[in-house]
Design a protein around this ligand. Structure first.
Ligand SMILES: [Mg+2]
Length: 282
């Protein structure tokens, strides 16, 4: 089998628009495009980034678009959030969910499996140290997730304090070799250092849900989403980045959306382009 060439990266600003989505659905001019499977990040993709992660609520119009699309094809949410948290926030029946960057997977039929449960003690120990060392940094917030620790600096105004948070997170990561430091928008994260990421979660869902003949589409906005993009590109799919404030970050995505409003529009256009399973109005 020939090796898949590594996808090339480009600055976000040089990408073509993902809307309208229609031309992207049959890029080879094929008459009978394969069915789609739609994978979606949550924060920054379906909802705007806000200061308080608990306040990142799904707009009602986006919920309707997800529910409509889920009647026509497989839709999965792939998030860094805990599975139960993101599932409660999305609150649409019939979706698949991958929480904690894919360490925790739930199928539409209720099947659930988790990885890395043996690393919980290392996470507990690192959390205790972070709580202690960050206690006097105003605005720093340590959030324990099931399979990760997130340190938020969205509410830290002082640049020196933010640098100190980064330093402390790096120190604690160094003291716990079973954990790996990762980062994102105003967030430092420690997660189990096992070979698993959003891309592996997408591969697992494609396999477990028998979607081998489907063309995967992935929408994401952040660095950890690049793993998801890599997975869908390797499967002949479509990678779309939601750019938010970022303009020149390199990405391997093929097309760009301006914001979560455009992401909702893309979901609506996808639903309109796919044949429905319900017969109302047919
Ligand atoms: Mg995101």
């Amino acid at each position: 089998m020939p090796a898949t060439p590594a996808p090339s990266s480009r600055p976000i600003d040089e990408l073509p628009a993902a809307l309208p989505i229609e031309p992207w659905l049959a890029p080879d001019g094929g008459e009978d495009p394969p069915p789609l499977a739609v994978f979606l990040d949550y924060d920054g993709t379906l909802t705007p980034i806000v200061d308080d992660p608990d306040a990142a609520l799904l707009p009602e119009a986006t919920r309707r678009a997800l529910a409509e699309l889920a009647t026509r094809t497989t839709v999965a949410i792939v998030s860094g959030r805990d599975l139960d948290d993101v599932r409660a926030k999305v609150a649409v029946d019939g979706l698949a969910y991958a929480g904690s960057h894919g360490f925790d997977i739930l199928h539409p039929d209720g099947t659930r499996h988790q990885l890395a449960t043996e690393l919980t003690p290392a996470l507990d120990a690192a959390q205790a140290v972070l709580d202690e060392r960050l206690a006097d940094v105003a605005g720093a917030r340590v959030e324990r997730k099931r399979f990760a620790i997130a340190v938020h600096d969205r509410q830290v105004d002082d640049a020196d304090d933010r640098a100190r948070i980064a330093e402390i997170c790096a120190e604690v990561a160094g003291e716990h070799p079973q954990l790996r430091p990762t980062g994102g928008k105003r967030i430092h994260e420690l997660r189990p250092d096992i070979d698993w990421d959003k891309g592996r979660a997408i591969d697992a869902l494609l396999d477990e849900l028998d979607l081998g003949d489907h063309r995967p589409v992935y929408l994401g906005d952040d660095l950890t989403d690049e793993d998801g993009f890599r997975a869908v590109l390797a499967a002949g799919g479509l990678a779309v980045v939601v750019r938010g404030e970022e303009r020149d970050r390199p990405t391997i995505a093929q097309a760009v959306l301006d914001d979560p409003d455009q992401a909702r529009e893309l979901l609506e256009q996808l639903a309109a382009a796919l044949p429905g399973t319900d017969t109302t109005g047919a």
